[in-house]
Ligand binder design. Structure first.
Ligand SMILES: Nc1nc2c(ncn2[C@@H]2O[C@H](COP(=O)(O)OP(=O)(O)O)[C@@H](O)[C@H]2O)c(=O)[nH]1
Ligand SMILES: Nc1ncnc2c1ncn2[C@@H]1O[C@H](COP(=O)(O)OP(=O)(O)O)[C@@H](O)[C@H]1O
Length: 400
């Protein structure tokens, strides 16, 4: 595979003619994919608060302002762009912190195709690139009162640095001991419905008469902290997550009997009689769906709590050491740099000089294990440095 068609920061210093017939301000890249040119303004003239995207469609001779989904990168003084696999563009922000240097603009991924179809217009989606990978998130489902919350609390207490809870949004009222932002984000239905329309939710469902949902951000902040995310969601939500780009482990928790479930719900003392009866009615359907839907990878019976917890830990492989792959041993790519591509590797080249020497440096970005993408982060980037020493030979600093 050779170099993809793209213009880089250093090409833009003198300005160039882009797909719009405009002179570049020096902070723009124009990347051609198929019939379209994606013109991205990195916002270095201080008037833009974030990156701006326009599209020139050569087949119809029109410039388009697309609907831009996802979290948009903050402005920077210089960036470069390179097309990948005809469906996304990699952006490298010069002079930005490493955790903010690599961004993907998805232009024809399955997610973008789906959004384009449902919105009926041109759509692009930003996804932040994150180095390293994390363990698969865990989806726990089961009827109300079965013990999901109890098992999750035990895991988080025993392994506080390994697991993080995905804090859902809900329109139900908080219980006595529940804290906003910790147990749930308690929210108005109108606000939640608006956010759902704007694509901010990974999944949502109406459960026991209230709206519940997992925002993309709820899962990503846990992963950003290098932790494995746990989702406590109902079977409808689990089905939506199964169909999404989130690669998770799905576990269904069953009660020993309906009578025991009722006993636990009543003993918890958090619901009114009417709410308990509604939860029990829904429980039968939920257990049937859970056990027959083909969504779940594992089933656990929560009869004896300690035994169930031990089984949960075993299937999560907690006897195996879990480590974070996040590394921070690289220089930042500076504002002026150039980019080329060899297969799945992106080579970022730049020069550094002190009073006596000028040296050429490279950062290699390995994209062969990319995972995820819009509407969440793109994970699995590996990066390492190659320095040119005084003899001109290259020294590879492999990731440790
Ligand atoms: N789909 C979906 N279900 C959720 C979410 N958060 C919680 N739930 C489910 O909503 C149901 C009710 O939760 P809750 O009101 O906390 O009551 P509890 O299950 O009796 O403790 C449970 O089955 C949860 O698993 C979410 O973000 N999405
Ligand atoms: N194996 C068990 N045996 C007896 N009581 C249990 C068991 N597991 C959980 N409980 C209790 O049942 C109640 C409901 O558990 P909870 O974790 O709130 O369920 P969920 O989150 O699934 O609605 C809580 O009071 C909890 O202490």
């Amino acid at each position: 595979m050779g170099e993809a068609p793209a213009f880089f920061v250093h090409d833009l210093k003198e300005g160039f003619r882009n797909g719009f017939g405009l002179k570049s301000k020096g902070c723009e890249t124009a990347t051609v994919i198929g019939d379209k040119t994606y013109l991205v303004d990195g916002g270095c003239d201080d008037s833009l608060l974030s990156f701006q995207v326009r599209v020139f469609d050569h087949s119809i001779g029109l410039k388009i302002n697309p609907v831009v989904l996802g979290m948009v990168p903050n402005p920077c003084k210089g960036h470069s762009a390179i097309a990948l696999n005809e469906d996304r563009i990699l952006f490298i922000k010069g002079g930005s912190p490493l955790d903010d240097s690599f961004w993907f603009l998805e232009v024809d991924t399955p997610y973008v195709q789906e959004q384009r179809k449902s919105l009926g217009c041109e759509v692009v989606a930003w996804s932040k690139g994150v180095r390293g990978t994390i363990e698969k998130p865990i989806v726990l489902s089961g009827p109300s009162g079965v013990g999901k919350g109890t098992l999750i609390s035990m895991l988080m207490k025993e392994f506080p640095s390994l697991f993080g809870f995905s804090v859902s949004h809900t329109t139900r009222a908080p219980r006595n001991m529940e804290k906003d932002g910790l147990h749930y984000h308690f929210t108005d239905r109108s606000v939640m419905e608006k956010d759902i329309k704007e694509g901010k939710f990974l999944e949502f469902a109406s459960v026991h008469g209230n709206l519940y949902g997992t925002s993309v951000e709820a899962v990503e902040v846990v992963a950003d902290a290098g932790k494995r995310c746990i989702l406590d969601i109902d079977v409808q939500g689990a089905r939506s997550v199964r169909a999404s780009s989130l690669d998770a482990i799905f576990i269904f928790i069953s009660p020993p009997s309906m009578a025991e479930l009722e006993k636990r719900l009543r003993a918890r003392g958090t619901e009114t009689e009417e709410q308990i009866l509604k939860r029990l009615r829904n429980a039968e359907a939920e257990i049937k769906q859970g056990e027959s839907s083909g969504i779940f990878d594992h089933f656990l019976f929560n009869d004896n709590l300690e035994q169930c917890y031990e089984s949960l830990k075993k299937l999560l492989g907690l006897d195996v050491s879990v480590h974070s792959c996040i590394k921070s041993d690289l220089d930042l790519p500076p504002i002026v740099h150039s980019v080329s591509r060899i297969d799945n590797k992106i080579i970022i080249t730049y020069r550094t000089s002190d009073l006596e020497n000028e040296s050429r440096k490279m950062i290699v970005l390995d994209l062969s294990s990319l995972k995820g993408g819009a509407p969440g982060r793109t994970r699995g980037l590996e990066a390492y440095a190659i320095d040119s020493d005084s003899n001109g030979s290259n020294m590879i600093n492999q990731p440790s």
